[in-house]
Every structure is written in C-alpha cells, then in structure tokens.
Design a protein around this ligand. Structure first.
Ligand SMILES: Cc1cc2nc3c(=O)[nH]c(=O)nc-3n(C[C@H](O)[C@H](O)[C@H](O)COP(=O)(O)OP(=O)(O)OC[C@H]3O[C@@H](n4cnc5c(N)ncnc54)[C@H](O)[C@@H]3O)c2cc1C
Length: 388
C-alpha cells in the first residue's frame, strides 16, 4: 500500500521544514520528501539573517515583520537550539549622497513599523569600534536578528517529527499525481504518495516541480558566494552592511553585483558577503568574485586585512522577477500549494510563510493578505490556454 498523508511537502530546506512543522502542529499528517539531505539546498548556503532593514515598505516587509513576531513569540523557546541572536543590524554609508538616500529609506521604513535610529559617523563607532573612519553615517535596526540556518531547518523538522511527520530523504519527487484537475499526491523515486495537498517548497528548483504539475513558475537561481574567516574573539557585534546592498537586492540585472556585508557567528567565524548574479546553477568557484568580497569587506573593517579566510561557499537564491515570494494555493492545479521564491530572505521569512500557508490550507482566515504573493500572478498565455 502506498503511503497517504494530508500534506506532502516537496523539499527539506528552511521553507519545507517550517511548513512541515506548522502543518503537523495543526494536526495534519505530513510527509516531507527530499531528494538529498536535510538542508542540502540553499538553506545551507546563506548567512541566516532575519532582516527587516533591507526591505522597502510593502508586502515583503509586512511578511518580514510578521515572521519576526513568530520567531520572537511562539517559537522563542526554541531560539537557543538554532542560535537565535537579536543582534541588530547596522547599515553604513561613505558618501553624502548615500547618507541622503539612507535617510529617505529610514523615513519610509519607520512609517511601516520599523524601529530605526539614524547615526552620524561618531555614533557609528559607538556601535562598532573597528569600523573604517571613512564612513560618514548609518542607521541601526534593532529588530534585525540572526539564526544558524541549517540548525533551524533541522530543528523544525525534528519538532515536526515529534508531531508524527514523516521525513523521507534521498527520494526525489518525479511527478505530480492528478485525478482530473485535482492534485492527489506525488510520484517519487521510491513510489507514489497520496495526499490531499502538495506544498512545493523546492527553493530554486520550484519551477521544475511546478512544471511536473503542468504549471509554470518563473523562479530562477541567483548565485551568491560567502567567505568564512578563521574564528576571532568577538570584534564585530552586529550585522553590518553598506547602504548600496539594498539596491543590489532589488536589482533585476543578470550581471554580477557585490556589496560589503559582514557579521560574526556564534562560533567566532566572520561571514563576508555578498554577491548576486544569474548564471544558472553554475557551481564553479569564481576567484575574482571572492577577491571582490574580501576587498569590499576591508572598506568597512580595515582590521580584517590581517585575518585569514578559512573557506568559501556558494548557493542559489530562489529569485522571482518581481522580488516577491510565491505563497499560497495554485488555482491552475487545485491541491497544489507553493512556498518558494523567497530569494535572499527565505530563512527570515520561513516561519511566517509556513504559519500563513497552514492557515490557508486549513481554511482559516490568514493573518496577512496572501494576494501579493499569489502563484498565478505570472500566468503565461500557455497556462491560460491550458486552463481554458
Ligand atoms: C549566499 C546566500 C546568502 C543568503 N543569506 C540569507 C540570509 O542572511 N537570510 C535569509 O533569510 N536568507 C538568506 N539567503 C536565502 C536563503 O538561503 C533562501 O531563501 C532559503 O534557504 C530558501 O529555502 P528553501 O527551503 O526555499 O530552498 P532550499 O533550501 O533550496 O530547499 C529546497 C529543497 O528542495 C529539494 N528539492 C528540489 N527538487 C526536489 C525534488 N524534485 N524532489 C525532492 N526534493 C527536491 C532540494 O534538494 C532542497 O533541499 C541566502 C542565500 C544565499 C545563496
């Protein structure tokens, strides 16, 4: 007999793990199918920041604030198990023009519920004594925090398993089962699984999973590298990044963009980012990009010049052309749900997304309006012909 569940979750990254936990907590029978290992996709390739600071006013910021409340509220007791640290974020600028832009951004953000203090160059060094004296101004965001993303993913799955969820690794979803229009489960490399709902949480591969159900999702990989230094005594207290990072995040250019992003981890290593480029799933290590990241970091913290880099890693952010995630039911394939396309913010947005999708799945009113994130907002003529 093939297994039966209320919900099959495709992918055991941060989004799949969070969806599994919230659905299991709501009493649903959950079956997670992962073709690799837990957190073997993008969720093991990021920095784990839970940021509100890098978001313009709008639906993504609303989701970030909501998700932050979930982390700090009902999930607070688990925080130590995934190294939750409410460290705050510091955005810095080196020019007068940059200072003006940052002042405009903070004004808009403040009106949307972000707590932010504008700082002059002297105040900056009260927050981070090792910052370059060339920096002119900045802003401190008290609500920014950090987790260890692999631990968070693994712990959420452990909590889901405690609630009887099944987590099946080394098993690929190879098809989506349908009876008429209705999605009724998945075909996997280990056989079929029947389910009333399928949640596509396949990160940058979510477009391929959607295609198995005959619908299109324009999610593409956006590559990023991170440098990891040797462990240091704690010298950098906050997440620190340059103001131009916000523009890079929002850019739709395929070409390389870099901007300095620096922070310490609980183990003492310093993580240095960030880069963004759309080069498909190319895993070739790019020494010029790594050199650029190192040079950028020195513009914030000149003292890093004497620190050794231990290793680097890379990953693929699940990028959507309008920079919003895809969350909710897909009317083109009834029974199919999506929790993907969170680009460079999927760790921070994971638990809020999962709570909302579980509310929608169980027919409850959702705490936030999911309309801006609806999966069929990109519907192509191909989709329209198919559903006609
Ligand atoms: C350099 C870098 C820095 C980042 N920094 C941050 C940060 O500081 N804060 C933040 O919030 N976000 C950050 N991100 C983004 C964040 O990592 C992602 O948004 C998040 O990990 C996406 O999680 P996911 O679960 O959607 O995808 P993934 O973690 O990729 O999980 C998807 C899973 O689906 C599986 N899968 C795919 N196809 C199938 C199939 N057919 N059958 C079964 N399984 C399948 C994959 O193997 C994978 O494990 C960063 C990303 C990068 C690359």
């Amino acid at each position: 007999m093939s297994p039966t569940a209320d919900v099959v979750v495709v992918g055991a990254g941060a989004l799949g793990a969070a969806c599994a936990y919230f659905a299991a907590r709501r009493g649903l029978r959950v079956h997670v199918v992962e073709r690799g290992q837990v957190a073997s996709g993008t969720s093991s390739a990021g920095e784990g920041n839970l940021l509100v600071s890098d978001k313009e006013a709008g639906p993504e910021l609303g989701l970030a604030l909501y998700s932050r409340d979930v982390f700090r509220g009902e999930l607070a007791e688990f925080g130590p198990s995934w190294e939750f640290e409410a460290k705050g974020g510091l955005v810095v600028v080196a020019t007068e023009a940059g200072a003006e832009e940052l002042a405009g951004l903070t004004t808009r953000q403040r009106a949307s519920g972000i707590e932010v203090s504008n700082l002059d160059s002297r105040q900056l060094r009260d927050y981070e004594p090792h910052l370059s004296p060339a920096l002119r101004a900045g802003a401190f965001y008290r609500q920014d925090a950090q987790v260890q993303p692999m631990l968070m993913t693994a712990q959420l799955l452990r909590l889901a398993r405690d609630l009887c969820a099944v987590v099946q690794t080394n098993t690929a979803v190879t098809g989506v089962l349908r009876t008429g229009d209705q999605v009724t489960g998945v075909q996997t490399s280990a056989g079929p699984i029947s389910a009333g709902a399928v949640i596509n949480a396949a990160g940058p591969w979510a477009g391929a999973v959607a295609e198995l159900a005959g619908v299109s999702l324009p999610i593409l990989p956006r590559r990023g590298f991170v440098l990891v230094t040797e462990p240091l005594p704690l010298t950098i207290q906050h997440k620190v990044y340059a103001g131009e990072y916000v523009a890079n995040v929002l850019s739709s250019d395929e070409g390389l963009q870099t901007s300095p992003v620096v922070e310490s981890t609980a183990s003492g290593t310093v993580l240095i980012g960030s880069s963004r480029e759309r080069v498909g799933f190319d895993r070739t290590v790019s020494l010029p990009v790594l050199a650029q990241l190192a040079a950028n970091a020195l513009t914030l913290f000149p003292m890093l010049a004497s620190v050794k880099v231990m290793r680097s890693y890379l990953g693929f952010r699940p990028y959507c052309p309008d920079h919003l995630p895809v969350i909710g039911h897909d009317p083109r394939a009834p029974g199919l749900w999506h929790a993907s396309g969170h680009e460079g913010a999927g760790i921070g947005l994971s638990v809020g997304t999962a709570k909302l999708i579980t509310q929608a799945l169980t027919g409850e009113p959702t705490d936030l309006d999911l309309f801006p994130f609806r999966p069929d907002r990109f519907a192509t003529r191909h989709d329209q012909r198919r559903s006609a």
